[in-house]
Design a binder for this molecule. Structure first.
Ligand code: MTE
Length: 308
């Protein structure tokens, strides 16, 4: 008899949105006969997207972080360059609707996608992921979104596209932190094409069964759970498929401390601190850091010791 031993992250979750309560826009429209009957209905501004259906493939081996903690301890330098607890108090003037993302570069079908088109095209689902900042603080949260691979496939990448470059919105008038520290804004990040196409890599529009809060990167961000948090760029307005490895915001600021790959590795210390343990918000309880944040079975095969 074949006995399947669950992986660490496959222990059943306890605190994600229960499957029964999700409410999927497509299902509602289908039930109302609207999807087939009227193309106009499918183009209307999406409603009732959250909570989305839970994808039970992604389980946690650690407790889910309380919502208040994950939404009040943030790294978002454009709003506050030093105080993580002050970010949420500074997002009030940030306008996230309407929003659009320009997706281009080495793509056969480049274009500008507004949020309604994105939300109408890609079905949302909820996934529980561990999240680990390079500064050692860690959490585990239910993100809502869809695979980045779906968005990339939709623009039909050319064979010369080897990397993906992402850029955050550039609005110093609405983002007070941008005026307070001399960083090379707008924030920019990048992934290798196979990392971007990996099924774990998500485009995220929601958190805890609701629309993504502004301090967590509304209205649209990336989540790459096996990499340090700075790779998970927030409030994206531009995605380009490119031939060469793109530069990244933190690498430009300090290339000896923040490499392109930035995979979570307890054995590779940051130049200024050990990465062997992580500290869980809000109490900063310590626990061991896991290689690739616990996702090694999924992603170790992407690398041959080449990553930094
Ligand atoms: N994206 C932008 N545009 N600006 C930022 O300052 N900080 C990064 C990442 N994405 C950041 C960003 C860092 S360092 C981390 S750890 C995560 O966002 C934090 O995400 P969270 O606040 O949702 O936990």
């Amino acid at each position: 008899m074949l006995i399947r031993i669950p992986k660490g992250w496959e222990i059943p979750q306890r605190e994600a949105t229960p499957e029964g309560v999700y409410c999927n826009r497509r299902d509602i429209l289908k039930a109302a006969g609207l999807l087939a009957a009227s193309p106009i209905a499918a183009l209307a501004a999406p409603a009732n997207l959250y909570p989305a259906k839970v994808n039970n493939q992604y389980h946690l081996d650690v407790p889910v972080t309380e919502e208040w903690a994950a939404t009040s301890y943030n790294n978002y330098y454009e709003f506050h360059p030093t105080d993580k607890q002050a970010v949420k108090d500074r997002v009030g003037k940030f306008v996230t609707e309407p929003w659009s993302v320009a997706i281009g570069g080495l793509a056969e079908k480049p274009g500008t996608w507004d949020m309604d088109k994105i939300l109408n095209t890609f079905p949302l689902e909820e996934r529980l992921y561990r999240f680990r900042c390079v500064e050692r603080w860690a959490m585990a949260v239910p993100w809502t979104g869809f695979p980045l691979a779906s968005l990339i496939k939709a623009v039909d990448p050319k064979s010369t596209a080897k990397f993906v470059r992402f850029e955050t919105v550039n609005r110093p008038d609405q983002m007070p932190g941008m005026r307070e520290a001399p960083y090379p804004y707008p924030y920019f990040e990048g992934l290798r094409m196979d990392e971007a196409m990996h099924p774990l890599t998500m485009v995220v529009t929601g958190l805890y069964g609701k629309k993504l809060p502004k301090q967590n990167g509304a209205p649209i961000r990336i989540i790459v759970p096996w990499k340090y948090g700075y790779k998970s760029i927030k409030s994206i307005v531009k995605i380009d498929l490119v031939a060469k490895q793109p530069g990244t915001f933190w690498n430009k600021i300090n290339s000896s401390e923040y490499g392109f790959y930035s995979n979570i590795n307890p054995k590779k210390p940051h130049p200024r601190w050990s990465q062997a343990i992580e500290q869980v918000i809000p109490n900063m309880d310590r626990r061991p850091t896991l290689i690739y944040n616990g996702y090694g079975d999924w992603v170790a095969g992407l690398y041959n010791g080449k990553e930094d």
